[in-house]
Design a protein around this ligand. Sequence first.
Ligand code: SAH
Length: 299
Amino acid sequence: MASRTWPALVLRASVVDDSEDMVSAVLTDFSPVAIHDLAERPLPPGGLWDPTYPPIPDPPPTPLHWNVCFNDATERDQAATAIRAVLPELAIEAVDLPDEDWAARSQAALTMIHAGRFIIAPPWDMPAADVDATVIVIEPSMGFGTGHHATTRMCLRLLSELDVSDLTVLDLGTGSGVLTMAAALSGARRAVGIDVDVDAIQSAESSARMNTLPDTITFEVSDFRTSPPAAADLVLANLTGGMLTSSGAAIGALVKPGGQMIVSGFDHTEADGVLAAFPGFGEVTRLTEDNWIALQLRR
Ligand code: SAH
C-alpha cells in the first residue's frame, strides 16, 4: 500500500516566548490532525511538573520547532497565512510529510483525557457533542492541570463520585482552573478557585473563556495561608505533601462541619503525615496511580 503524505507546516523560531501560545490560538480556527513538537526541551528542576516546587518554575527558554499536519493543503495554506499575520518573524515552511505513523502518535499526546465522568479536551480534539460526559476545554500548552498529571485525574475521579449540586466548593491551588471548572459544571452552588500564582489565575481565566460556565465560578489570586477564603462544603487541595502537612490546620478550618475534602499531590511515604495533619477528618476513599495518592476525607 502506498503510504500517504500529510500537507504540513514546519514552524520554527529561535525562542518560544509566547509564540507557542499564539500559534496554538491561531490553530484552533483550523483542524490540524497532529502537532508534533520537535524542539529539544531542557527540563525545569524536578521535571515538567514537580509538585514540590509550587509555584511552577518557569521553563528554560527553548526554540520552537513544530510540525503541524492538516487534512488538506487548502486548510494548511490558510493556516500559514493566519500564522504569518500574527507572527511575521516565525519561519514557516509548507511541506508534504510522509505518514510514518508519527502523526497518530504525536496526536495521542495532545488528545482528550477521560477522568471519571469528565473529559479534558484540547480545542483541536473535542469529543462528539452528544458524548455522555462533562467536557472541559483546556489548551495543553498551559502545561499543568491539563489532566496529564495523575493527581489531577484522581481528583477528577473522586469529584465524579460526589453530588456537588448545592454545595460550595473551594479549590486551593487551582492552577489551570480544571478542578474549579469541573465543580462548577457539576452544579456546585459556588465554585471558587484560588492560586498564589498570578500566571496560574490568568491561565485559569483564559481556560474559563473557552468553556461555557455558569456564573457561580470565581478565580482569585491569593494565598490561603495568609488570606483565608470563606469555608466551603467541599475543599479541593491538589498541593504537595509538605504543604498539606504544614498547613493542615489552615486547610481543615476551610471545610465546614460535615463537609468533605479531596487532597492529592503526595506519595505513599507522605500519606500518613498528611492524614495526621487532619485530625478531625476520616478517610472515605483512597486512590493511587503511579505512586501518587488522592484521598477523600470527611469532617
Ligand atoms: N489544581 C490543579 C493544579 C495543581 S498544581 C490540578 O489539580 O491540576 C498546585 C497549585 O497550587 C499551583 O498552581 C500553585 O501555584 C498553587 N499553590 C501552591 N501553594 C499555594 C498557596 N499557599 N495558596 C494558593 N495556591 C497555592
